[in-house]
Design a protein around this ligand. Structure first.
Ligand code: NAD
Length: 431
């Protein structure tokens, strides 16, 4: 029996039906008032965090749900906030089921709590965060991972204000609240999009130094001295600019207050799903990324996969990306949280590429998926999409050295896991 099979939040708490936030419990929860009780002390597991919580904002989305699961598997208590703008509540049950599978033969498991709220709603977020207050010593939230954002490049070109409102203005409001509550460990979902068109100029591997927020000298992989001006270089769409703006703001925040530890993780191209096949990607909106589109074609929900651009300067003319298994990416967040928690990182603003260091073309991914599934995947070659770039591959060295993290899974693993997901979950996922 779990130590956390304790009292749920009381229905007579400050969350009333008319309040802007609803709290949904998934199995177990631990309100602040219970946190110091001896019964909540968990001693097994090297990573067990008995009395502290990680707040995962946007935690029911594709990357957020896989990260929440890996945090739980690593022993962290997880609090998810999501407004379900691009996700479904059923994902919460999937995470819970996989957590329970992981802890099946143990006498405890970490807690998982969900609050449905828009992270831009200062009042709602303040109500939630105050539940985790630890009196004068601050908060029992040891770190925040912020995934909540809109993410479609083409849509961002059509609706820039919607993107800047959610991604940038929302983050400023949210950080202001965190600051006021003295919660100052933040991991931010950034993107390789911050490199803009620099990616195609520098060749195959891009280092964090190609996008800096203050002008700096650095030595490249060939031992040559380079200078990068602080600022944004040829970002080709509002989505990428929104991520760059967030990073610049977070850098300024860390400079202004040395108590902040902020890690911006620049993701390359996440694909795949949990190896169980029981957790995948469930977008509400029409997918614009490669893998969910590909799955819809395999599932018969789309007639063919559109390949945008066959005239890029690559092996086969299709765009090349650094495709990273989403579980590897999720573990990158666990590594970053540990590095901050163990004070291996100085306070301040840090950026890390999360990628494999290898590129695959769109056609290569389609072919790998065909081999794995034994199915023919129909494609249609169309022109380049506005805002796209040709080649984006990470130099992941900094994350390997400073976060002690590197990828473990291959493209074949991604395809195998997705085939398992399609077998187990397809009708539920895309109904
Ligand atoms: N998927 C990618 O290829 C990719 C690549 C680079 C960076 N990123 C970044 O990673 C993060 C997560 O991406 P994802 O692929 O999981 O996207 P997603 O859309 O699957 O997940 C985002 C989650 O945030 C929630 N959300 C959005 N706005 C919110 C708000 N105002 N309040 C509360 N919740 C809100 C959505 O409902 C969704 O559950 C995003 O910040 C995205 O920009 C994604």
């Amino acid at each position: 029996m779990s130590y956390f099979e304790a009292r749920p939040f009381s229905s007579s708490t400050d969350v009333s039906p008319s309040s802007p936030v609803s709290t949904i419990l998934s199995g177990y929860s631990t309100p602040a008032s219970e946190i110091d009780e001896p019964s909540s002390f968990i001693s097994d597991g090297p990573n067990a965090r008995r009395s502290q919580y990680v707040l995962v904002v946007g935690g029911l989305g594709y990357i957020g749900s896989h990260t929440s699961l890996e945090l739980l598997r690593a022993g962290y208590n997880v609090v998810i906030v999501d407004n379900l703008d691009n996700s479904y509540l059923s994902t919460l049950d999937r995470i819970k089921e996989l957590r329970d599978d992981h802890y099946r033969n143990t006498s405890w498991n970490p807690s998982l709590t969900f609050h449905e709220a828009d992270y831009r709603n200062e009042h709602a977020m303040s109500v939630i965060l105050k539940r985790y207050s630890a009196g004068l010593s601050g908060s029992v939230i040891e770190g925040v991972i912020h995934f909540a954002a809109h993410k479609a490049v083409s849509e961002s070109i059509q609706q820039p204000l919607r993107y800047y409102s959610n991604n940038v203005a929302g983050m400023v409001t949210f950080c202001t609240l965190l600051d006021s509550l003295n919660i100052k460990n933040l991991i931010f979902s950034s993107s390789a999009a911050v490199y803009g068109e620099v990616t195609s100029e520098v060749g195959l591997r891009i280092s964090e130094n190609h996008c800096l927020h203050e002008t700096q000298d650095w030595i490249d992989a060939a031992g040559k001295k380079q200078v990068t001006q602080g600022g944004c270089t040829a970002i080709s769409n509002p989505y990428g600019r929104s991520k760059w703006m967030c990073e610049a703001i977070l850098n300024d925040l860390a400079v202004s207050d040395p108590e902040w530890s902020i890690v911006a993780l620049r993701y390359f191209n996440p694909i795949g799903c949990d190896a169980s096949g029981k957790l995948g990607e469930y977008p509400r909106t029409e997918p614009s990324n490669l893998m969910p589109s590909l799955l819809r074609v395999m599932n018969g929900q789309m007639p063919h996969l559109k390949i945008f651009g066959t005239d890029w300067d690559t092996r086969d003319g299709t765009a090349m990306r650094d495709f990273i298994h989403v579980s590897d990416l999720a573990l990158g967040h666990v590594a970053a949280l540990k590095a901050v928690g163990e004070s291996r990182l100085e306070p301040g603003f840090h950026t890390y590429n999360l990628g494999t260091g290898d590129g695959s073309s769109v056609k290569e991914i389609v072919s790998a998926m065909q081999t794995c599934s034994g199915k023919v995947i129909e494609t249609q070659e169309v022109g380049r999409r506005a805002g796209d770039v040709g080649v984006v591959v990470a130099d992941p060295t900094r994350a390997a050295v400073e976060l002690e993290w590197k990828t473990a899974k291959s493209i074949e693993n991604c395809c195998q896991d997705l085939c398992r997901f399609l077998q187990i979950d397809a009708s539920a996922a895309y109904s």
